[in-house]
Write a protein that binds this ligand. Structure first.
Ligand code: GLV
Length: 331
């Protein structure tokens, strides 16, 4: 039987599916696996089902000479050294699609929450600070209906956000590596803009690109300076798409009005991180795909990808099809 390591407890159904076909060891603690334990546990494994919190780099791969597949329960895979895996003929698989709608829901909730100061207003009520029945100037926010939204990265999640934005009668600009066909643009009601134009014209800017060397700090000081002073920046992709130092400066000096962040360059973010001391910030603990149903579907997809690869079949969501060329005769 092939041997599999699962770095975090997953749904029982997915776990059972893997157990039917493989010898499984699983990190049963409700915490990410420690690096030394990960390395120790990889030793004799044919497959690993990991989370985005596990850095699967050369050192880990060196510890796993039998490894055939890395199946991550996430859409993002920047925690995996894909080039190194490819050279070793190891499949890398992820879980797109199943989390698209949940993540778009969260991005849009964060946009609304930031625009209308929802968390701050909730804390105000709970703190007993609400003393007057109604006030014409209490928690004045930004209108969302009819505003212009700029979507950076119009992949699956970006498109799902565009559909929500259309329901709010928003003007939708997008920037993407590849421009969509005119038909697709028309169907979604989106207009292509250069990054510069998008930043200049949008009331809301929302990031939906994967983190790559091209998107690292795509929002830097120059980008922030282009945005409108009343604009709001939303990020549900990866923290390192934004230069956080520059963002703090932009918020303090009011180049932009606010930000809603579900992701940070270092997670968990420290309690005394300077960005958390600013009022115009809504911060969430990386919960884009966090619905019970979505997490079940992600576990199920990660299990299916893993099992297909171990049967030497092409997994549904293969990140590195080139690995095929380097694959040894495993079975
Ligand atoms: C979440 O951030 C994911 O990549 O699935």
């Amino acid at each position: 039987m092939q041997r599999v390591y699962i770095t975090r407890m997953i749904s029982l159904d997915a776990l059972e599916e893997i157990k039917k076909a493989c010898h499984v060891s699983v990190n049963s603690k409700d915490a990410p696996v420690k690096r030394h334990e990960l390395i120790k546990n990889m030793k004799d494994k044919d497959g690993v089902l990991c989370m985005l919190t596990d850095r699967i780099d050369k050192e880990v791969l060196d510890a796993a000479p039998d490894l055939k597949v890395i199946s991550t329960m996430s859409v993002g895979f920047e925690h995996i050294d894909v080039d190194e895996a490819t050279k070793r003929g190891i499949y890398v698989c992820n879980t797109p699609d199943v989390l698209t709608e949940a993540t778009a829901d969260l991005a849009f909730s964060l946009l609304l929450a930031t625009a209308r100061h929802i968390p701050q207003a909730d804390s105000f009520v709970r703190a007993g600070a609400w003393k007057e029945p109604w006030s014409p100037s209490l928690f004045l926010g930004m209108p969302v209906w009819g505003a212009t939204i700029g979507i950076i990265g119009l992949g699956r999640i970006g498109k799902a956000v565009a559909k929500r934005a259309a329901g709010f009668n928003m003007k939708i600009l997008y920037n993407n590596r590849r421009r969509l066909s005119r038909e697709e643009e028309k169907a979604l009601g989106v207009r292509y803009a250069s990054l510069k134009n998008l930043l200049k014209r949008s009331d809301f800017v929302t990031i939906h690109t994967p983190l790559t060397k091209d998107t690292y700090h795509i929002i830097d000081e120059n980008a922030l300076r282009l945005m409108k002073p009343h604009a709001i920046l939303i990020n549900t992709s990866r923290g390192n798409t934004i230069d956080e130092e520059a963002l703090i400066k932009a918020l303090k000096e009011k180049w932009i009005a606010g930000t809603g962040l579900d992701v940070f360059s270092k997670e968990p973010i420290e309690k005394d991180h300077p960005i958390l001391s600013l009022e115009n910030v809504v911060a969430l603990p990386h919960i884009g795909s966090a619905t019970g149903k979505t997490r079940e579907m992600m576990a199920d997809m990660a299990a299916k990808n893993l099992l297909m690869a171990l049967k030497s079949k092409k997994p549904f969501h293969l990140v590195n099809p080139e690995a095929e060329r380097y694959k040894r005769a495993w079975l």
